[in-house]
Design a protein around this ligand. Structure first.
Ligand code: NAD
Ligand code: GLY
Length: 360
């Protein structure tokens, strides 16, 4: 069992990392002083696998609880689905003290978090992430939201959970492709801040691919420590938090250009990370050895380096309307060396085009 704390001015919360933790979720929520009715939001796959265990634990701690399951996948991050969940909450008579509990991957976490942030101007929010990606990234840090037809995550809020409960046992059922997509975000933490984590990933790839619990605990807790450290300093992404977007500008363009269905989020981020290390090398910021190290590690986890089904000019138009742009300029997170990145808007368009041609 490992515990990582996130300390913010409005209050601290813990990330619990253990095996079998979902069976204690009722007690852990009650220990926070939260009681009453609870709404668990999940997707149809995760709800069928783990909904009952979570409900049982909540009932054992005297919660009155209901479960709502949305279809799995990015399409559920939608205002119409938010409205269905509001309807359920109103129908149950949830009030301001009633927790909304996200049980699922990043889609469910972002969606349920948005409901928790807005229903009755905010109710307690609990995250039970069930993908590796959600454990190391989306469940921590308070970014919640849904998509707009014209862009991903365009509607949202910063709304922190009261508790994050990462139960390694649920990863048993996680498909390999989803596991690898989560490893892409862990590689990101290594590149931006932690060369020891990068080396650990290189040395323990077999253990991680086999879901060894010690190896998973190590990389999840290290990743959460980095995310907590960044969010504590810059919760609303005024500057430092941008480093967490390494690979995301091109990654989001790849996702958008392929209708959010062909690539897993982590896979698109892998393409984006490879593209920005190439860009960094062309700008003379990092060496070809750094590019090779990133390429090899992405390869080991069967992550894509290219998006051959995308067109450079289409990716460029997605880049131009990325929500992270300020005054029309793209904010780039570039790599100086493993463990060190730099944020800049000063990148020549020709170099961006060159890289987009190489990855497509
Ligand atoms: P996801 O939520 O779509 O889950 C992937 C698939 O795995 C789904 O089909 C789900 O049903 C299934 N699944 C989940 N847990 C499982 C388990 N334990 N066993 C078996 N199947 C399981 O995808 P994701 O990669 O977790 O999240 C991607 C989303 O997260 C994107 O919408 C992305 O924008 C968002 N995201 C948000 C943040 C943030 O800071 N809020 C950060 C990164 C990503
Ligand atoms: N996933 C990027 C962030 O949380 O800021």
């Amino acid at each position: 069992m490992a515990e990582v704390k996130v300390e913010l001015p409005q209050g601290a919360y813990s990330i619990h990392i253990s095996s079998g933790g979902i069976n204690s979720v009722g007690r852990l929520i009650r220990d926070l002083g939260i009681q009453e009715k609870a709404l668990v939001v999940s997707d149809e796959i995760v709800g069928a696998l783990y909904g009952e265990a979570v409900i049982k634990s909540l009932q054992n701690s005297r919660f009155e609880v209901e479960l709502i399951c949305v279809p799995p996948g990015e399409k559920s991050k939608d205002m119409a689905v938010v409205m269905e969940i509001y309807n359920k909450a109103v129908g149950m008579g949830l009030d301001r003290r009633s927790p909304v509990i996200a049980l699922g991957g990043g889609v469910v976490g972002d969606l349920a978090g948005f409901v928790a942030a807005t229903y009755m101007r905010g109710v307690p929010f609990i995250q039970i992430p069930t993908t590796l990606l959600a454990m190391v990234d989306s469940s921590v840090g308070g970014k919640v939201g849904v998509n707009h037809p014209l862009g991903k995550n365009l509607i949202g809020a910063f709304y922190q959970p009261r508790l994050v409960l990462a139960d390694l046992a649920v990863l048993d059922t996680l498909p390999a492709r989803e596991l690898h997509a989560g490893l892409a975000e862990i590689i990101k933490y290594g590149i931006i801040n932690d060369t020891a984590l990068f080396t650990y990933l290189q040395k323990n790839c077999a253990q991680l691919r086999n879901k060894d619990e010690d190896a998973l605990t190590e990389v999840i807790s290290r990743s959460c420590h980095i995310k907590a450290w960044v969010v504590e300093q810059d919760e609303k992404e005024n500057h430092l938090r941008m480093i967490l977007n390494l690979g995301h500008t091109i990654g989001h363009a790849v996702e958008g250009n392929t209708g959010y269905s062909r690539y897993r989020h982590g896979e698109a981020i892998a393409v984006g990370m490879y593209a920005v290390v190439l860009l960094s090398q062309y700008l003379g910021l990092c060496t070809v050895q750094t590019v090779e190290a990133v390429r090899e590690l992405l390869n080991v986890f069967e992550l894509p380096l290219t998006a051959k089904d995308c067109q450079p000019d289409q990716l460029m138009s997605f880049l131009k309307r990325d929500k992270k742009n300020i005054g029309g300029a793209i904010n780039w997170v570039l790599v100086r060396k493993l463990g060190e990145v730099v944020i800049t808007r000063d990148v020549p368009t020709e170099l961006i085009q060159r890289v987009l041609c190489e990855i497509t």
